[in-house]
Write a protein that binds this ligand. Structure first.
Ligand code: AMP
Length: 142
């Protein structure tokens, strides 16, 4: 999709506003998050303006995940980290604030005080095996 003049990530991609870039290729740009969850927190974004992951053409989604695959180990090495949390807020209800696809890569260390991805969901629903089967069936046929 064409760049959006009001999108902060489009403006970073075009160079209109500054960012601390760590990677650029034909499809994606990666830069440090301005309000990092941990030092070395990287955002990897497609050059084209697409709000959600599944709105992206396959080739661009492939390129995005290839870049994440390449950048994550470099982020760990640069920060002396032993792990990364990698995630996407995919849609407003999930907490996505910038409606331009971005993958967060957050370097992690043992005992760094942040929990796993699961910590975002402290209250767990109970879902029966039958409900799971029905959910899976809807997904398979969707
Ligand atoms: P999300 O909630 O998944 O949409 O995350 C948006 C992220 O973009 C947040 O972590 C912000 O700190 C980050 N962010 C917003 N504006 C900028 C900017 N100009 N440069 C770098 N990171 C930004």
């Amino acid at each position: 999709m064409a760049a959006s003049a009001t999108c902060v990530f489009c403006r970073i991609v075009s160079g209109d506003i500054p960012a601390t870039k760590v990677h650029e290729d034909a499809h994606v740009v990666a830069f440090l998050d301005v309000q990092p969850l941990r030092p070395g927190h990287v955002l990897v974004v497609p050059r084209s303006h697409v709000a959600r992951l599944h709105d992206m053409p396959h080739a661009e989604a492939d390129a995005l995940w290839r870049a994440v695959h390449a950048i994550a180990p470099r982020a760990e090495k640069a920060l002396g980290a032993s792990a990364t949390t990698i995630g996407v807020n995919n849609g407003r209800a999930s907490g996505q604030e910038v409606p331009h696809v971005h993958v967060h890569i957050v370097p992690r260390k043992e005992g760094d005080g942040a929990g796993p991805f699961h910590a975002a969901f402290p209250d767990r629903p109970s879902v029966t095996r039958e409900e799971m089967q029905a959910i899976a069936e809807r997904m398979r046929s969707g």
